[in-house]
Design a protein around this ligand. Structure first.
Ligand SMILES: [Zn+2]
Length: 343
């Protein structure tokens, strides 16, 4: 048995493709943070890494999920099959029930919204085509994604709907043996996103709220329980959540991607700097007069390949939302087309 794989904070980082899941051994079983993504062979890799650290997968009692993106919750159903209690935030519950249709892939609403913000049909078609090409390359085993980019996992990842066994609210604790982890609501990256804080060690399992060296992309999420579906303004919520996280006693980050880091304040400031820069650019562009979000996108990213359209559109939208929520800009809609103007 080796325990050297377990960090000084009593955490076993488990690498699954581009993602980290974390095992926290306690005096009475193991807490998992995030389930890990579900690709062919992922479960065996996970079990192997626990075993290599001298931990038994059968000792896992709780699996706590940060958010409803399939790379973080894809194996939740599998943990439930093993009798493990899956714990999640009440704000995110609905999303888990819908599997792939909701979790990052509300395609129908996304394309409708693209038209509303001025994206030409030809570019939407180009985006759909490039995505299909990438998927085909992936299925045929070409791991470069058709020469476009390296894929983030060894295979296609799946989203299986599940109902969390235990639903927690902001500030609720997960207690197991000699450890306790607190759920901290951090909406933004997804509408019901949360992070997990261990006060005794000053460790934060930051999911996709703080990813060292990377700017977490604000997504497009639609609340489909109302008609017409309402778009969630993700970036302003994300920025508020960053403030909430900053107020905690955090000395070390275990993120959902990239490397764990002790540079907590630096990472938070880096993200804020990026937001200020982008929002400053948008104000500059808008000083010339009202523009559609798509016109703002093409001004900001003049040579954007079609395959990046969704992601880039979501980013620009996020920064527009920040200006709108702060009252610095206004949205005006006429003939089904949205235009942004400075207040
Ligand atoms: Zn995510």
């Amino acid at each position: 048995m080796t325990t050297s794989l377990i960090t000084e904070h009593g955490v076993l980082p488990i690498a699954l493709g581009d993602n980290w899941a974390y095992a926290l051994p306690t005096s009475d079983g193991i807490i998992m943070i995030d389930s890990g993504p579900d690709y062919d062979g992922a479960w065996e890799v996970l079990a192997g890494q626990l075993d290599a650290a001298g931990l038994d997968i059968a000792d896992v009692k709780v699996c706590a999920i940060t958010h409803a993106h399939i790379d973080h919750c894809g194996l939740a159903f599998r943990w439930q099959d093993e009798g493990v209690n899956v714990v999640a935030s009440e704000l995110e519950t609905q999303s888990f029930l819908h599997g792939r249709n909701i979790i990052g892939y509300q395609t129908q609403y996304v394309f409708e919204h693209m038209r509303r913000v001025g994206v030409p049909e030809a570019r939407i078609a180009g985006f759909i085509e490039s995505r299909e090409k990438m998927r085909q390359a992936y299925r045929s085993g070409d791991n470069t994604g058709g020469g476009v980019r390296r894929e983030r996992w060894p295979g296609l990842i799946r989203g299986t709907p599940f109902r969390p066994d235990v639903v927690l609210s902001d500030g609720d604790e997960i207690r197991l043996g000699d450890r306790r982890v607190v759920l901290v609501s951090a909406p933004g990256h997804t509408p019901g996103n949360c992070v997990f804080h261990e006060p005794d060690s000053g460790v934060l399992f930051s999911g996709d709220q703080i990813i060292p060296g990377l700017n977490s992309n604000p997504g497009w999420h639609f609340d489909i329980s109302v008609e017409p579906p309402e778009r969630f303004r993700s970036l302003p919520a994300f920025a508020d959540s960053l403030d909430r996280v900053e107020a905690l006693d955090v000395r070390y980050l275990y993120p959902g991607h990239r490397e764990p880091s002790a540079e907590v304040a630096e990472e938070i400031e880096r993200v804020r700097r990026h937001h200020r820069k982008r929002q400053g650019q948008l104000r500059e562009f808008l000083a010339q007069g009202p523009l559609t979000p798509y016109e703002l996108l093409t001004t900001m990213f003049s040579r954007l390949p079609d395959r990046r359209l969704w992601q880039a559109m979501a980013e620009v939208t996020g920064h527009i939302d920040a200006l709108v929520v702060r009252g610095e800009a206004r949205e005006r809609e006429s003939d089904g087309l949205l235009r942004i103007e400075l207040s």
